[in-house]
Ligand binder design. Structure first.
Ligand code: CTP
Ligand code: MG
Length: 192
């Protein structure tokens, strides 16, 4: 396993997971309106998810996250040796579906993160180190468990495992950088 192979593999996995990475920041753009929990409360007297998780964010983030992933992969397909739709997804139908599925998974993970935050008594927007940075990746992989063939095809080598680990270690920085940009642009209330 040499360094070039490892870096190429890290980039490959990042591109595969791109819909999950972009779905959250895009949900910030589309978000607002009716919250997913319809303002209901859990038995601990706190909100189930809170006002930061909205239907518009969920739908807008899933659709636009999927589209962003599709466009990027479409542009790479055939132009790079390491990234082709046929090898990675097995076909264009799978590719389209999995792109939206990953964006949806990212947002499901984000909602799971908010659910846990509310149970811990943290208010909307309060920091939860670890959860805020990795919840979307966890969500994406939980949903990928429903498509085992895709996992087998893409993540079952030592190189892939190490590359995934590298990506996970870089993810808090990626997450932070994106959120600082969102904060500076006035799209996000907190820079985390
Ligand atoms: N957002 C949304 N719907 C979603 C996810 C995000 O509308 N499904 C929007 C909300 O406006 C939210 C913003 O994106 O405030 C930032 O997202 P995030 O940081 O995940 O939510 P927080 O407001 O920080 O709430 P929480 O404490 O529950 O994470
Ligand atoms: Mg937040």
């Amino acid at each position: 396993m040499n360094l070039t192979t490892l870096l190429t593999e890290t980039v490959r996995i990042f591109i595969i997971l791109l819909p999950a990475y972009v779905a959250n920041p895009l949900a910030v753009l589309f978000g607002g309106g009716t919250p997913v929990d319809f303002k209901r409360y859990w038995k601990d007297g706190r909100r189930i998810l809170g006002d930061g998780k909205t239907w518009r964010g969920l739908f807008g983030g899933t659709l636009s996250g999927g589209v962003v992933g599709i466009v990027v992969v479409f542009l790479l397909d055939g132009r790079t040796s390491f990234f082709t739709v046929r090898e990675i997804y097995g076909g264009w139908d799978y590719f389209i579906f999995i792109s939206f599925w990953l964006a949806f998974g990212g947002l499901m993970g984000d909602m799971l993160g908010s659910f846990i935050k509310r149970r811990l008594g943290l208010k909307r927007g309060e920091k939860a180190p670890g959860l805020d940075q990795w919840d979307f990746i966890i969500g994406a992989f939980l949903l990928l468990l429903f498509i085992p063939s895709f996992i087998i095809r893409n993540f079952l080598s030592i190189t892939s495992a190490v590359a995934l680990l590298i990506l996970l270690l870089l993810t808090p920085s990626i997450h932070r950088a994106v959120n600082i940009v969102g904060y500076r642009l006035g799209l996000k209330k907190e820079p985390w």
